[in-house]
Design a protein around this ligand. Structure first.
Ligand SMILES: NC(=O)c1ccc[n+]([C@@H]2O[C@H](COP(=O)([O-])OP(=O)(O)OC[C@H]3O[C@@H](n4cnc5c(N)ncnc54)[C@H](OP(=O)(O)O)[C@@H]3O)[C@@H](O)[C@H]2O)c1
Length: 271
């Protein structure tokens, strides 16, 4: 059964997508350790969601932890979530991602990695702007990666190239970093800071599908996203990319023509 969104007054509220995964659960837990926060785990599997909520409540002694069900690869599902949301949102952590080995499409007909890893982030931001603007210091953290590149604006869904999950993944993470720049600029006037980061190399379903294991713990991987989501780092870094809590040059964000072209495609085509 879906829980109704209901903010406990006075708390800061953080929303973490993919919070049953390796890094996402680490992020949710570390934010919950800060008792000033109510943490909402966004999940697609209710059994896993319930388990994760109980585990985090127990280990952090923060009772303001709950879940919401959503499929972030679906605009309809995200719209449904935003419709039942109440109250302000202080931090949105876009983290959910997939790396299927074969090309798949969503029910809405979009290639699955592009839908989940790119449009899921984009739609979450778009749908939650009204709630973010109610926060005194709103921020969006897009969990991206240093493992990024190869974006083809003319073939974002691998319709004309042979699908390869590593290529599709690297493209999606490049897109996360580019769209961070575009969103930061557009949301500046609403005081919303937007950051991208590499979390670390963590053993997970996602990394295993790509043939990696990972030497960082989920807790280590959560550190940079949590810092960006909750620390008073100020708005000066909005639009920037971070690795291991260090602002890092991002060549993808510097290509403004491509950044704008990608934003326009996401904004106009995928709805
Ligand atoms: N692991 C690494 O080494 C590494 C390195 C660089 C960047 N990253 C980034 O870190 C983030 C987290 O990765 P991870 O390694 O923690 O992966 P993971 O353990 O496989 O977790 C992915 C999470 O996303 C959720 N998810 C997938 N599709 C969804 C959908 N349609 N709707 C809702 N939730 C969905 C999964 O839900 P289920 O639990 O139900 O499957 C899971 O909770 C990703 O953005 C990834 O690109 C990871």
């Amino acid at each position: 059964m879906m829980e109704q969104s209901q903010q406990t007054s006075g708390n800061k509220v953080a929303l973490v997508t993919g919070a049953t995964g390796a890094i996402g659960k680490g992020i949710a837990r570390q934010i919950a350790e800060k008792h000033a926060y109510e943490v909402v785990l966004l999940c697609r599997d209710e059994e896993k969601a319930k388990k994760a909520v109980e585990e985090i409540k127990k280990s952090t002694a923060n009772n303001k932890v709950r879940y919401e069900l959503v499929d972030v690869s679906s605009l309809a599902s995200i719209r449904n979530l935003s419709k039942r949301w109440q109250g302000r949102l202080d931090a949105l952590v876009n983290n959910a991602a997939v790396t299927p080995q074969k090309r798949e499409e969503t029910a809405e007909g979009i290639e699955l990695q592009f839908a989940t890893n790119v449009m899921g982030y984009f739609w979450m931001v778009e749908q939650f702007i009204p709630f973010l603007t109610e926060s005194p210091s709103p921020r969006v953290v897009n969990v991206a990666s240093y493992w990024a590149g190869g974006l083809d604006l003319n073939d974002l869904e691998f319709k004309n190239r042979p699908y390869n999950n590593d290529m599709a993944y690297r493209q999606s993470k490049q897109a996360n970093r580019m769209l961070t720049v575009a969103s930061a600029e557009r949301l500046k006037s609403q005081n919303i800071s937007v950051y991208a980061c590499h979390p670390g190399d963590v053993d997970s379903t996602l990394s295993n599908n790509l043939g990696f294991t990972g030497s960082d713990s989920p807790a280590a991987g959560a550190k940079t996203p949590v810092w960006l989501a909750t620390d008073s780092i100020g708005t000066g870094g909005s639009g920037q990319y971070y690795e291991y809590m260090q602002k890092t040059r991002c060549r993808f964000g510097e290509n403004r023509k491509e950044v704008e072209a990608l934003y326009e495609i996401c904004d106009s085509f995928y709805r």
